[in-house]
Each structure stands twice: as structure tokens, then as C-alpha cells.
Design a protein around this ligand. Structure first.
Ligand SMILES: Cc1cc2nc3c(=O)[nH]c(=O)nc-3n(C[C@H](O)[C@H](O)[C@H](O)COP(=O)(O)O)c2cc1C
Length: 177
């Protein structure tokens, strides 16, 4: 089985998640191509028909997913929809149980499907990370305030990861079969 994993990342956590998915699926015997969407030119004639299934992953910033992820999903929606598809949406809202934030990420995922025309067979919300080592001064300040408002104790010199790797492995096992 040949699987495409196309991802967009801003601070690197979704890259780590995409690599984890690749390693996990390869260990199960799949053949995987990992595609960082930031490297793909808009006019690149990328061929989805080479794959049996696809995972798309991206992360939320200010309630918005990376535009190159949306462009890729929209451009290949017809071909993607003919294959098993898994959408991994990475956020910090997914790390908590706030009903409003949960409703928000569910809405953003369903708008993504509507706007791009790609309806994946499964959508999974994956908890991301505070990546203080990647933030500039102002982002760091804002993220410390967000952490504080959520009652999270963070060290601004260190990243804090919420991704549940065992749960993600379980999702992949169920999806891949
Ligand atoms: C500037 C900024 C804005 C963010 N906005 C949101 C948001 O609106 N909702 C949310 O749940 N998480 C938000 N996050 C958390 C990110 O989704 C989380 O850090 C994720 O791990 C980022 O993945 P990446 O490293 O692959 O870009 C934000 C993070 C940053 C730095």
C-alpha cells in the first residue's frame, strides 16, 4: 500500500507528527511519501494517482489552517476523495476539554472540508505543543499568556508537548487496518 503524507507546519510540531505517522506506517509494511507542502510549487504537477491513500496534516494559528494546505486539498480534492483519506488537524484546543474550543475546531475542520471539496474518511484532532524555542519575542509573550490563562505551567525556555503518541498510533492502526 502506498500512502501520501502531505503536511503543513509553522513551528514544527506537525512535521514531527507527520514523521511519526510515516515511521509507524512503514513499520507496518506500507510505502510512504512524506511531502512538506511548503516546498511544493503551486504549479507542481503532483500526481495523486500514485497513491492508494492519503494523510493530510496541518496546524491551527489564530483559528486558521496553513493556506498551502488548503490550496493543496482544494487542487487535488477530486483525486483525494477517491482514496482513503485521513485529516490530522493539530491544535492546542485538542489538548483540552473546553467545549467551546472543541466546537470551534470541529467547525474549522468541517469548513475546511466544505471550502476545499475534500471530505476525508476520517478527521482526527491531534494535540500539538507550545514551541517556545521557535517563537519570536512577541509570539512567546502571547503564548505564555495563553498558557497562563489555561492554567498551564510552562517554562519559556522549553517546549511543552501535548501530542499523545500512543493515541495517534492507535488512530493509524485503525485507519490503515
Ligand atoms: C501564534 C499562534 C496561534 C495559535 N492559534 C491557535 C488557535 O487558534 N487554536 C488552537 O487550538 N491552537 C492554536 N495555536 C497552537 C498551535 O496549533 C500548536 O502550537 C501546534 O502545535 C502548532 O503546530 P506546528 O508546530 O506544526 O505549526 C497557536 C499557536 C501559535 C504559535
Amino acid at each position: 500500500m502506498k500512502i501520501l503524507i502531505a503536511y503543513a507546519t509553522t513551528e514544527g510540531q506537525t512535521r514531527k507528527i507527520a514523521r511519526f505517522c510515516a515511521d509507524h506506517l512503514i513499520a507496518k509494511g506500507a510505502s510512504v511519501e512524506l511531502l512538506p507542502l511548503a516546498d511544493l510549487e503551486d504549479d507542481d504537477p503532483f500526481d495523486i494517482s500514485r497513491f492508494d491513500a492519503a494523510i493530510l496534516a496541518g496546524s491551527l494559528h489564530g483559528g486558521v489552517l496553513q493556506s498551502h494546505l488548503s490550496r493543496f486539498a482544494a487542487h487535488h480534492a477530486a483525486d483525494l476523495s477517491k482514496r482513503a483519506g485521513l485529516f490530522l488537524m493539530v491544535s492546542l484546543a485538542a489538548a483540552g476539554n473546553d467545549p467551546e474550543e472543541r466546537a470551534d475546531i470541529a467547525r474549522i475542520a468541517s469548513e475546511f472540508a466544505q471550502n476545499t471539496g475534500w471530505t476525508p474518511s476520517e478527521v482526527v484532532h491531534v494535540a500539538g505543543a507550545f514551541r517556545f524555542t521557535q517563537y519570536d519575542f512577541f509570539k512567546g509573550l502571547a503564548m505564555r499568556w495563553i498558557a497562563h490563562s489555561k492554567g498551564e505551567v510552562v517554562d519559556p525556555q522549553r517546549d511543552k508537548e501535548y501530542t499523545d503518541w500512543d493515541a495517534l498510533a492507535g488512530v493509524l492502526d485503525r485507519w490503515h487496518g
